[in-house]
Ligand binder design. Structure first.
Ligand code: ANZ
Ligand code: ZN
Length: 861
């Protein structure tokens, strides 16, 4: 073996070996338990960042350990390759998004390979490949047949200067990101997926996801937002006929306190009034400009206008004024509310502002109708001023009122969800084309299955003036599949969340060109461990769950849920330095270009290396491009090797916590690996001579060292189980420390066993060095095929025990004695202890009490 640890050599050798062996090519094997380990696929932005490295190292550690534990493991990788950044880069550099994307993929693939991940590259996919997105299109058509994909008018952001639709992230403070023009809302027909059909299942099934973090489940539950309440109709004859204003309420019990009805600005009734009322029209126009997020609406000043029409109270027939109000959301419930100002804070503020009547219907002492108190909306109180419903509580009151409404045909109990259907149409180029054709004679026609995929031209360069597909005759012009006449292709593409909603299924059947997935999906699904960022806690995970359930219902899959266990890794952080330029502009300085002075672990001063001038410290934060505090993993791998990089990542923090970048950390990792290497070099010959050994005949020292090793192993295995890889690394360090540095021939067996445990424990984390030493030391050819080490219970039994020594019942010392020691030997050891002697000196020992295995009490007078 080589004297020096040189990661550059051994890492590429190990990687070449695995590639040649197709070591990580997974195949379905009914005789082994399967384990599907998946990390979220990266967006091919150009190069890997530290967050990727951390994510994929966690996944790889799990993958490799499960493999050594005898599981049939699949760890695939792919590219979330459609999306906006490729279009932006295309505009900047005048290259087609396809070229930019495929080049990035090629570079990042090599980066991943250099990190030594145990990936089955034969299943690699990129979502921008026709072979992949063909199945988006195929499945979209199946969903359309089922009514799960349907068309309705939606609102988009429109840049009037560039004449283009903007994604939400391209709208900054209400203006287009490129033109700075005020963004308009435009209505256009779009496709939606009926995820709300699955709302109940998506919510209820969260209970079964034991392997998911509670907080992610809570976020999903809140997003789905189930409310139990009632739908109530307020008859309104202003526009003739029998129409009624429908509202959704969670407080039907307070119906007798309703004093007005309020509708959203976009509500059809408001629009009808606006047609002949310029004041109302103006108000609606203003509301449209305001923020549309729930948070913005909750905090903005409540404003409204009377519509000049009335509605009837469904139980009393009383006439109530109808208002339009900016605090009513069009896309929640019915887009209208029954206002109960006495018991709803928003209605209360509104009624006070516009002097609308307030009628208390829930018992509260000292009710004051000008000062809101939270107890006014308390559900634990009884109804008052509500006629026959007086004295009823929230539930009984709701039931009674709902029953009376139902009898009159004016309402019923109902559940409402916050979740909206998923709008998937994007008026963008770099995405999966929606497979539809517009024919003047036949209308909207599906592209026949045998004509799929509808391929996106890979040579177009967007120029900022909308979707280039609209100007591409070759793409646009087709024959109608129904009548054969001239027709036009749909140019909208799908939301890129579609691509990532089922990629994990395609991996299982990636070479099947005649089906979206096949029976292999049932072998591998569900994913046993999914690893990724918390930023995907809601949408990506919810869409994937939904998509999986739809595929199940269309008999393509058996699984109900895609991901059995979810690990959300913490962010990678680094220091942030900056200085203020003369114009007050902030200039960030990369931490690598800063010399810092510490005092008691705190940064007290910092200077820029390149010019020696002072810089200010802004604390620690997520590595980000804008703050220039990212560290490029490439440099780290080149300098220290993949193993040291991986080791540092795993040692610095448990996977779910934030990880603070540190130069000393990576150096520490590197030094530890050098020590392991040195230990192997020093003891190589000795280990070659190691023979099977009867541990019961070992010396005390050997037994003590072996106990330490097996104790560390036991701890490490428990830590692997709970994915605390940082303490696995500590255990490996303990084992190295427990091994004699200059071992004697007597210790050959100990060193050999300890080293083989150490290498196998480290193999998932630092696979290259583990492989090299495993074979150099003659343990075997391939450590990836070695059995996972389990501790020996017998080794944990101590042959030395520690006893507490008391003098007159007070703790005065501790002594170690062989576990087989008799009374006299124990007594002698206790009396020999220096501290005990101090307390006994000059006194008469009356008696010595020995409690075997526990303590010795010396009684003195
Ligand atoms: C009368 C009432 C009385 C209400 C009361 C509350 C308290 P969650 O729990 O989030 O589902 N609401 C209904 N539709 C709305 C819309 N489109 N925009 C704004 N607010 C709307 O909230 C349901 C409650 O939010 C409903 O119950 C309704 O006000 C309001 F003492 O109706 B409530
Ligand atoms: Zn036609």
């Amino acid at each position: 073996m080589k004297d020096q640890y040189r990661p550059q050599d051994i890492e590429s050798a190990a990687q070449a070996r695995w590639t040649k062996q197709r070591a990580f090519a997974a195949s379905e094997d009914a005789n082994k338990p399967k384990y599907y380990c998946l990390s979220m696929l990266p967006y091919p932005s150009g190069k890997l960042h530290m967050g990727h490295v951390r994510n994929y190292t966690i996944g790889d550690v799990i993958t490799r350990q499960m493999r050594m534990r005898g599981f049939n493991v699949l760890q695939p990788m792919g590219w979330d390759a459609f999306g906006l950044p490729a279009e932006n880069a295309a505009m900047q550099n005048n290259v087609p998004p396809a070229k930019w994307t495929y080049e990035n993929i090629a570079y990042m693939r090599e980066q991943l390979k250099a990190l030594g991940f145990a990936i089955d590259w034969e299943r690699e996919l990129a979502t921008c490949q026709p072979d992949y997105y063909k199945w988006n299109q195929w499945f979209f058509l199946r969903m359309r047949e089922q009514g799960i994909a349907y068309k309705k008018t939606g609102v988009v952001n429109w840049d009037p200067v560039d004449q283009t639709v903007l994604a939400n992230e391209q709208v900054i403070d209400g203006r287009g990101w490129r033109t700075g023009a005020e963004v308009e809302k435009r209505e256009m027909p779009m496709y939606y997926l009926n995820i709300t059909r699955y709302a109940d299942e998506l919510l209820n099934a969260l209970d079964g996801l034991d392997g998911w973090p509670e907080r992610v489940k809570t976020m999903q539950a809140n997003w789905i937002g189930k409310s139990e309440g009632a739908e109530i109709h307020f008859p309104c004859h202003s526009f003739g006929g029998d129409s009624a204003i429908k509202v959704f309420t969670t407080r039907a019990d307070t119906l007798m306190g309703a004093t007005y009805v309020a509708v959203a600005a976009e509500h059809p009734l408001a629009l009808k009034v606006a047609a002949n009322n310029s004041g109302v029209a103006k108000f609606i126009e203003e509301c449209r400009k305001g923020g549309t997020t729930e948070a913005a609406i909750a905090t903005q000043e409540k404003r409204g206008m009377p519509l000049g029409i009335e509605a009837e109270h469904p139980l009393t027939g009383e006439r109530l004024p109808v208002w339009v109000a900016n605090y009513v959301l069009m896309n929640y419930g019915e887009g209208a509310v029954m206002a109960v100002p006495a018991h709803d804070e928003r209605d209360f503020a509104f009624a006070n502002k516009y002097e609308l009547p307030i009628k208390q219907v829930v018992a509260c002492e000292n009710y004051n109708d000008t000062e809101w108190r939270d107890e006014y909306s308390d559900k634990q109180r009884l109804l008052v001023n509500s006629g026959k419903y007086d004295g009823l509580g929230f539930e009984a009151g709701t039931d009674a009122i709902a029953a009376d409404l139902e009898a009159k045909g004016l309402g019923k109990k109902r559940v409402n969800f916050r979740l909206r259907d998923w709008g998937i149409s994007r008026q963008r180029f770099w995405g999966c084309p929606i497979p539809l054709i517009h024919c003047e004679a036949c209308g909207e026609v599906a592209v026949p299955d045998e004509q799929l995929p509808v391929t996106l031209p890979e040579d177009l360069v967007p120029d900022g003036s909308g979707n280039p597909l609209n100007k591409c005759a070759e793409f646009l012009n087709v024959k109608c599949p129904q009548c054969g006449g001239d027709a036009k292709r749909e140019t909208d593409t799908m939301d890129t969340f579609v691509d990532s909603s089922w990629y994990f299924l395609r991996y299982t059947s990636s070479d099947n060109h005649s089906a979206m997935v096949d029976a292999r999906a049932d072998y591998w699904m569900p994913v046993d461990q999914y690893i990724g960022g918390i930023e995907h806690a809601i949408l990506h995970l919810l869409y994937s769950r939904f998509w999986t359930k739809v595929m199940r219902d269309l008999d393509l899959l058996q699984a109900d849920e895609p991901f059995r266990n979810l690990l959300t890794q913490g962010m990678v952080l680094n220091h942030i330095f900056f200085r203020k330029e003369s114009a007050g502009r902030i200039e960030y300085v990369p931490p690598g270009d800063v010399d810092v002075e510490y005092d008691k672990g705190e940064i007290v001063s910092a200077k820029r290396k390149s010019d020696g001038a002072p810089v200010e410290y802004d604390g620690i934060g997520t590595m980000s491009k804008s703050k220039l505090n990212g560290v490029d993993p490439q440099g780290m791998v080149e300098q220290y090797g993949a193993d040291a990089t991986r080791l540092f990542m795993m040692f610095a923090a448990p996977p779910e916590q934030t990880l603070e970048w540190s130069d000393t950390g990576i150096e520490g990792a590197w030094r530890f690996l050098k020590k392991v290497w040195q230990f192997a070099v020093d003891n190589c010959a000795l280990m070659g001579d190691a023979k099977p050994f009867d541990w019961s005949k070992a010396s005390d020292d050997v037994r003590a060292a072996r106990r330490d090793i097996h104790e560390a192993l036991k701890q490490a295995n428990a830590d692997y189980e709970r994915k605390q890889f940082n303490t696995v690394v500590s255990a490996a360090m303990k084992i190295l420390n427990a091994l004699p540095k200059q071992a004697t021939p007597d210790e050959a067996a100990l060193v050999s066993e300890g080293c083989s445990i150490l290498l196998r424990l480290l193999a998932p984390i630092t696979p290259h060095i583990a492989q090299q030493l495993w074979s150099d030391l003659g343990f075997g050819d391939d450590i990836i095929d070695a059995a996972w080490p389990e501790h020996d219970d017998a080794a944990l039994k101590s042959n030395v025990i520690e006893l507490v020594v008391q003098v007159n019942g007070k703790l005065r010392g501790r002594v170690s004695v062989p576990s087989a020691a008799d009374r006299e030997a124990i007594e002698a050891a206790a009396m020999n202890d220096a501290n005990v002697q101090r307390f006994v000196e000059g006194r008469t020992v009356r008696k010595v009490i020995v409690v075997p295995g526990k303590l010795v009490n010396v009684v003195v007078a």
